[in-house]
Ligand binder design. Structure first.
Ligand SMILES: [Fe+2]
Length: 245
């Protein structure tokens, strides 16, 4: 770990708004809103990687695995059977771009259960939807997560706690992982890239409400906070809606 913030970088323009979305179950979704940048590839990788010793930043502009054509075709087969549009309060603003940081690794495996990668850490069950700014759901969207383990360490050689998935026909993703640890210079966070089939890549981060380090983290955005609750077994249950521009 570096002693300085390895992920500090200029951010895209910001619009402060919060959106909400009803998801499967009774959980509310916290929508991270704002206008994303226009470039498909993250433009802040050079700055992000300035303190990295991993070398990942040099390849960080590589887009994640493209969504399969099959995913799109499943939603286009029956034009009369529309996918229900999730509730969306502030669908006119997209989730803001956030730096990908120096620890992104392209070509992550298809994997929604990252918790199986590790033997320690508080379980985190995160669900949500991917929608457009008009609140229409985006089925078959790529959602690529990566984050540190509970000790604040990234796996920069393999794909531990790294994996991508595609939203189902209801535009829902489901991630099982563990609560990431904190490392120097950053508050607790989860990295993610989201991409509609053939669309631009949204690179952003998710944050934990009530985290002490949020206030002092220059990258942190309140709009990117998950909605979190603690289950009876002590695990965390979170929701978040991604809004694509
Ligand atoms: Fe990070």
């Amino acid at each position: 770990m570096t002693s300085t913030n390895p992920e500090a970088s200029p951010l895209s323009r910001r619009v402060v708004l919060r959106g909400g979305l009803g998801a499967a179950g009774a959980l509310l979704l916290a929508a991270c809103t704002g206008r994303s940048g226009s470039a498909a590839a993250p433009s802040s990788t050079a700055a992000d990687g300035a303190t990295s010793t991993t070398g990942d930043a040099t390849s960080a502009t590589t887009a994640p695995t493209a969504p399969p054509a099959a995913a799109a075709s499943t939603t286009a087969a029956a034009p009369t059977a529309l996918v229900p549009t999730p509730t969306c309060d502030d669908g006119d603003e997209a989730t803001p771009e956030q730096t990908e940081g120096p620890y992104f690794t392209p070509d992550s495996p298809l994997k929604a259960n990252l918790a199986a990668d590790v033997s320690t850490g508080t379980p985190l069950h995160l669900t949500g939807n991917v929608v457009r700014t008009d609140c229409t759901p985006v089925a078959g969207a790529l959602v690529d997560f990566w984050h540190a383990d509970d000790a604040g360490e990234y796996d920069n050689r393999g794909y531990r706690l790294r994996g991508h998935q595609f939203t189902n026909d209801a535009a829902t993703y489901v991630l099982d992982t563990v609560v990431p640890g904190i490392y120097t210079g950053r508050t607790r966070h989860i990295h993610v890239k989201v991409q509609a089939s053939g669309g631009e890549v949204l690179t952003t981060q998710l944050y934990f409400p009530g985290e002490p380090g949020n206030a002092s983290d220059g990258i942190y955005r309140e709009e990117c906070e998950m909605t979190l609750a603690t289950a009876a077994d002590g695990s965390q249950v979170g929701t978040f809606t991604f809004v694509l521009a």
